[in-house]
Write a protein that binds this ligand. Structure first.
Ligand code: 5AD
Ligand code: SF4
Length: 358
């Protein structure tokens, strides 16, 4: 269903809960028709919290010197991947901060070892990297790459993501094109309710998802972190005259549902940030409003509290087998089934079979 910018905006501004039931139901039907009833689980391995950037919203920002930093060893990562397999998961997501000192040869070897030993798809989420590095990682067997563009308001992004020597807010969009050309399944996404972000910005975000023909789309509410500039002084950044998009659960569901309508074939997770804000029920509700993926955190318990993007992120139980079982029951409870196999993106399959002609 192709909604106009005006229609998207009207939904984003809608407050009548009965009227919103129509949106939830449209998103749910679209999900069912295009990607079916399977819910794919991805095991998230937060293998390093070292980051060279200073994003004003994020608890991993480099200037935060009181945060203990860690890098997991390749054997620890491989152990997590084995655990993912034992839990019946088909994909692991290797995520870290944007670490300039990341040893790409080491990461290549990690990817190669996982692909050699286990029947798992490997998704990377390691920030902005050079084309040469992305190519090497792809050749080592990485299947998918996540790189959120965070907001389509590039002036806002420049403010929130300062970068030395010169900020390049559009760089992430360029990298998404490179990833596509290298044959990755390409994922991106945004935060919802960033200080300074308007409803118009969110409507444009959704249009960009479609224009970028994304295979995976993650959207989640911005959650203020007290140890960041945005958490300490949010009022300095807010959009004027009641234009500020609220970082609320309801806004997040609206963006999720509208994203499903804009990109029917994409894999869309009910994100951790959403479940953090909705105190546990966000994943279920997200699945009922357009989502078809969940990413349980399988990082070893000893590292979790240091992967501190935002508060409340790691409240869930660290017993991973038990969490996967609970997710399985929840999924069955809403009449859906656990995805089997790798859960590749239907959008990527469509693109491979019918390449767009110029
Ligand atoms: N609230 C919500 N999401 C956040 N991220 C970073 N900081 C926050 C926050 N305070 C998200 C960004 C990033 C991803 C790894 O985590 O979108 O791309
Ligand atoms: Fe680093 Fe990513 Fe956090 Fe920015 S959002 S500070 S790049 S981990």
């Amino acid at each position: 269903m192709q909604l106009s910018r005006k229609e998207i905006l009207n939904w984003l501004l809608a407050e009548d809960l009965q009227q919103l039931e129509v949106l939830w139901s449209l998103a749910d039907q679209t999900r069912k028709r295009h990607v079916g009833g399977e819910v794919h689980l991805r095991g998230l391995i937060e293998f390093s919290n070292v980051c060279s950037r200073s994003c004003l919203y994020c608890g991993l920002r480099a200037p935060r010197d009181e945060l203990p930093r860690y890098r997991m060893s390749s054997e620890e990562i491989l152990d997590c991947a084995r655990l993912a397999r034992r839990c019946g998961l088909g994909t692991v997501v290797l995520q870290s901060g944007e670490d300039d000192a990341l040893d790409v040869a080491w990461l290549e070897e990690v990817v190669r070892s996982i692909r050699r030993e286990l029947p798992l798809a490997v998704t990377l989420s390691v920030g902005e990297r050079s084309e040469a590095e992305l190519r090497r990682l792809r050749e080592a067997g990485a299947d998918r790459y996540l790189l959120r563009f965070e907001t389509s308001n590039l002036a806002l992004l420049e403010r929130l993501r300062p970068r030395q020597p010169a900020p390049r807010p559009a760089r992430r969009i360029e990298i998404l094109g490179i990833l596509r050309d290298l044959g990755y399944e390409v994922g991106s996404g945004v935060m919802i309710g960033l200080p300074g972000q308007t409803h118009e910005d969110l409507a444009r975000d959704i249009e960009w998802f479609r224009a970028l023909d994304l295979d995976m789309i993650g959207v989640g509410p911005f959650i203020a972190h007290p140890e960041t500039p945005l958490g300490r002084r949010p009022a300095t950044f807010l959009a004027p005259d009641g234009k500020q998009a609220p970082p609320e659960e309801l806004t997040a569901y609206k963006v999720l549902a509208l994203t499903r309508l804009a990109c029917p074939l994409a894999n869309i997770p009910a994100t951790t940030a959403l479940s953090t804000l909705a105190r546990g029920d966000g994943r279920r509700r997200g699945l009922l409003r357009g989502a078809n993926v969940i990413m349980p955190d399988i990082t070893p318990a000893r590292y979790r509290s240091a992967y501190d993007l935002y508060p409340g992120q790691h409240d869930a139980s660290p017993d991973i087998l038990q969490e996967c079982e609970q997710l399985g029951s929840m999924i069955e409870g809403i009449g859906r089934t656990l995805g089997r196999g790798r859960g590749d993106s239907e959008n990527a399959k469509r693109r491979r079979h019918q390449p767009l002609t110029a």
